[in-house]
Ligand binder design. Structure first.
Ligand code: CTP
Ligand code: MN
Ligand code: MN
Ligand code: MN
Length: 369
């Protein structure tokens, strides 16, 4: 045969693709992600999503693209994405991307949004005021920083440094011990990027609940208290549950779910991490600050919360889009609703949800879309 490319059709939905952490097309997807981010800064959702989708398709390929011809049967690649790929194939880089990377606005918004608690809107506001550096922000008396942003600056060096698997394992033990001290029967699961098998993350995500429905209500406040007593709670933004089964499935246009959750910064000791901390200055100090997210759904919502918090973001987007477009169903972190049958579909495992959606089961480590 003259071709080495597999002749299988690639779905336009990430939830019908298996995407491991091994990316054979990083030179293209890195370029697309810069462009997507730049469109996000300009609030151009269409082109932003187009580049995210294109990057996601290329990430799923078990082979590296070596010519534009090889992409002709792939979905989600438009004129603009192909033009960028052409440049990368010919020159090893894209001039459009290079221009963005050296653009003052892009650089500044990228810097500002790297602070915990600073989103594109705040970054843009500061940029329009003429602020260009952290020094500018901290010196400007008209800038009000909320508590999250203050802590973002305070722990900036530590929390912008990647979290390693060994650090995630150590945090799991710490959270597990805090949870067991409250209720030994509690359910604790690692979720987010580390559940997908990533080597590094920007934080560590956990789901925690109780086997007895309703008992989960006091769980997060008690865990937070336990961490505080241990002296390792550096920051805590706790959001109580606003979940109400009677309001489902009408939450669907909101980005966030309604479960109790907390966004934490914890103090992690080097001595508690096998092989030490993933940071040079952290090691000399003997500890580092690390971001941890905890979400606490009622146990009957567990499978939906686990699926929703495992990600990736693109995988979640496409699961929802697939549910809506292909099955006339509404999926979110709380439930799955069948619009045709006008009923909620029950699930105790992620496999149940994939089955309801008529999808082959995709393992967590195949959801790195
Ligand atoms: N998520 C969510 N609601 C939030 C925050 C996160 O549903 N308020 C979901 C996201 O959609 C994502 C998952 O939780 O799928 C994990 O989010 P995050 O920690 O931001 O990303 P990771 O995939 O874990 O990547 P990283 O390693 O950078 O942390
Ligand atoms: Mn491979
Ligand atoms: Mn995460
Ligand atoms: Mn997170």
């Amino acid at each position: 045969g003259s071709t080495s490319t597999p002749v299988t059709t690639v779905s336009q939905y990430a939830c019908q693709r298996r995407t491991t952490t091994e990316n054979h097309n990083k030179i293209f997807t890195d370029a697309f992600e810069v462009l997507a981010e730049s469109y996000e800064f300009s609030e151009m959702e269409g082109p932003c999503l187009a580049f995210r989708r294109a990057a996601s398709v290329l990430k799923s390929l078990p082979w590296a693209v070596r010519s534009l011809g090889a992409t002709q049967d792939l979905p989600c690649l438009g004129e603009h994405t192909k033009a960028v790929m052409e440049e990368v194939l010919q020159c090893g880089r894209s001039f459009e991307v290079e221009k963005l990377l050296s653009d003052e606005r892009y650089q500044t918004l990228k810097l500002f949004t790297s602070v915990f608690g600073v989103g594109p809107k705040t970054a843009e506001k500061w940029y329009r005021r003429g602020l260009r550096s952290f020094t500018d922000i901290l010196a400007d008396r008209s800038v009000h920083l909320n508590r999250m942003q203050q802590n973002g600056f305070l722990h900036y060096g530590d929390i912008t440094r990647a979290v390693s698997k060994a650090e995630a394992r150590s945090l799991r033990t710490i959270i597990d011990e805090a949870v067991r001290a409250i209720t030994p029967a509690a359910i604790l699961a690692l979720t987010g990027g580390f559940r997908r098998g990533k080597e590094f993350g920007h934080d560590v995500d956990f789901i925690v609940t109780t086997p007895e429905l309703g008992k989960e209500k006091s769980l997060l406040p008690n865990i937070i208290n336990g961490l505080k007593k241990q002296g390792i709670l550096l920051f805590c933004d706790y959001q109580a549950s606003t979940f109400d089964m009677a309001k489902l499935p009408s939450y669907r246009f909101e980005a966030m779910d309604h479960f109790a959750k907390c966004f934490l910064i914890l103090r992690l000791e080097a001595s508690q991490v096998e092989g030490g901390l993933h940071s040079a200055d952290g090691d000399s100090r003997g500890w580092r600050a690390v971001r941890v997210d905890l979400v606490s759904p009622p146990v009957d919502r567990y499978a939906f919360a686990l699926l929703g918090w495992t990600g990736s973001r693109q995988f979640e987007r496409d699961l929802r889009r697939f549910a809506r477009v292909k099955q006339q169903m509404i999926l979110d972190n709380h439930c799955l609703y069948d619009k045709t049958k006008k009923e909620f579909l029950a699930a105790t495992t992620e496999k149940d949800i994939f089955a309801h959606l008529g999808l082959e089961y995709i393992e967590p480590w195949q959801r790195n879309a």
